[in-house]
Write a protein that binds this ligand. Structure first.
Ligand SMILES: [Zn+2]
Length: 325
C-alpha cells in the first residue's frame, strides 16, 4: 500500500458508520492479538532448548516467517519447521485467542464457558484444554526431600464422553469413596514434602508392589515418609527400608513428635477436590491433566499468568522440565 493510500484510508475512518467502525476495530484487535501471541511464542525459543523436531539436531538456521511464526531449516535433515512443530500446540488454529483461553484455564472456566468467552466452538475449547494441559504432566519433581507426606485419593472410574461405552453410564458419582466398588476404583497418589514440592500419579491397583515404581525414585536414604497406618504403606516402607512416620487416624492421631503428620497433603487434596467440583466429573483418561494442572498452579502459588501457561504448553514433548522452575 502506498503512503498516500494509507493517509486516505486513515482519513476515511472518520466517515465510517458505527457498524463498519466496529468491524474495523475488531479486525485490528484480532491482528494485534495474533501478533502478541506470536511474539510470546517466537521469543521463548533457543536452539539449545529445542532441537530439530525431526532428527534432534541442534544445527538449523532461520528460514523466514510464516503466519507470524519463525520458521527454521535443519542443516542435518534439511526439513523445515516452525516453533510449534512437535509440540501440543502444533496445527491449532485461531492463535489470537490462545492467550485469552489460557486465562480461562487459570480462572477454571468450564469447557462451555471458555468456548463462549473466546468465541470458539465447544469442541475446539475441549481440544484446546487438553492440548494446553498435555505438557503439564512433564513437570513433576524427580526427587522429594526430608519429611514427605503421602496419602491417596480414590476416584470412581469415569468413561465420560466415551462413545464406545459398553456398560450403562453413571449419571452421578459416589457419595464417598467407600461406596465405590473395587473394580471401579482409581487411586491417585499424592506426595508432598515440606518444601511444598508435590508429586501425584494414578495407579489402578493400590498395593506395595504398585507403589514401588512410583515412590522409590522420589525418596532417598534420609527421607521420612509420613502416612496413615494403611497396611500397604507399612509393607512398602518395610520392604524398601524407608523410615516411616505412622499415624493412627482411627485413633484421631494427627501429629506425632511434632513433625510426623500429613496435614499438608490432606489440605492439598481437600483443595483439589473443591477445585475439581466445577468440572462436574472428568473422564478418568483426562484425570492426570487435571492433577497436573492443579499442581502447576500450586507451584506458582496460584499466581500463574496466561503467558506462562502458553509458553509451558508449547514445550516439545521430550523437554527437560527443570528449566521451567
Ligand atoms: Zn533435522
Amino acid at each position: 500500500m502506498k503512503t498516500q493510500d494509507i493517509v486516505k484510508f486513515i482519513e476515511s475512518i472518520n466517515n465510517l458508520d458505527t457498524k463498519n467502525y466496529s468491524r474495523l476495530k475488531e479486525a485490528i484487535e484480532k491482528r494485534d492479538s495474533i501478533k502478541f501471541v506470536s511474539f510470546i511464542l517466537n521469543n521463548d525459543y533457543s536452539g539449545e532448548e529445542s532441537p530439530c523436531p525431526y532428527c534432534g539436531a541442534d544445527k538449523y538456521q532461520k528460514w523466514g516467517i510464516r503466519n507470524d511464526l519463525q520458521r527454521f531449516k535443519c542443516e542435518i535433515c534439511k526439513k523445515t519447521f516452525n516453533i510449534l512443530t512437535g509440540t501440543p500446540l502444533a496445527n491449532l488454529h485461531k492463535k489470537g485467542r490462545w492467550l485469552m483461553y489460557a486465562q480461562c484455564l487459570i480462572d477454571g472456566l468450564s469447557v462451555r464457558k471458555a468456548a463462549a468467552k473466546c468465541g470458539v466452538h465447544r469442541n475446539t475449547s475441549f481440544r484446546w484444554r487438553h492440548r494446553f494441559l498435555k505438557n503439564t504432566n512433564l513437570i513433576k519433581p524427580e526427587k522429594l526431600s526430608g519429611i514427605i507426606e503421602v496419602n491417596e485419593l480414590i476416584f470412581a472410574r469415569s468413561d465420560k464422553g466415551d462413545k464406545n461405552l459398553k456398560r450403562k453410564s453413571r449419571k452421578r458419582g459416589y457419595r464417598s469413596s467407600k461406596y465405590i466398588p473395587y473394580k471401579d476404583r482409581v487411586y491417585t497418589m499424592f506426595l508432598r514434602d515440606r518444601g511444598k514440592n508435590t508429586f501425584d500419579d494414578i495407579i489402578y491397583k493400590f498395593s506395595a508392589e504398585k507403589l514401588k515404581p512410583n515412590l522409590s525414585p522420589l525418596l532417598s536414604k534420609d527421607s521420612l515418609l509420613c502416612s496413615h497406618n494403611k497396611s500397604t504403606y507399612l509393607r512398602y516402607t518395610k520392604e524398601n527400608n524407608i523410615r516411616h512416620g505412622i499415624l493412627n487416624l482411627s485413633k484421631r492421631e494427627s501429629v506425632k513428635k511434632d513433625i510426623v503428620h500429613i496435614n499438608n497433603i490432606l489440605k492439598y487434596q481437600q483443595d483439589f477436590i473443591v477445585w475439581m467440583e466445577r468440572f462436574r466429573g472428568v473422564a478418568t483418561k483426562y484425570l492426570h491433566n487435571y492433577l497436573s494442572w492443579y499442581r502447576e498452579m500450586d507451584e506458582f502459588d496460584f499466581k500463574i499468568v496466561a503467558e506462562t501457561v502458553l509458553i509451558r504448553a508449547k514445550r516439545p514433548e521430550k523437554y527437560n522440565t527443570n528449566h521451567f522452575r
